[in-house]
Design a protein around this ligand. Sequence first.
Ligand SMILES: [Zn+2]
Length: 73
Amino acid sequence: MPDDLVLRLDRPTAENLYVVLYEHGEHLAAGAPITPLGPSESARLGRLIADLGHALGRRCSPSCDHARGEDID
Ligand SMILES: [Zn+2]
């Protein structure tokens, strides 16, 4: 399908993403606390957000030239 996005995640990034999404859901549903991210988790998820943004055509910074397709910011 031409409009699908495919991102490959290494296991540590996938684990971090799972925990963040799970804790966010529990936080919204029942007010559960969200564990602060450590430096490595923050860096991995920062790279994931940039990669996902680029795949969606978003810029990661004002000077970004990595984005595929049109910028939709
Ligand atoms: Zn970029």
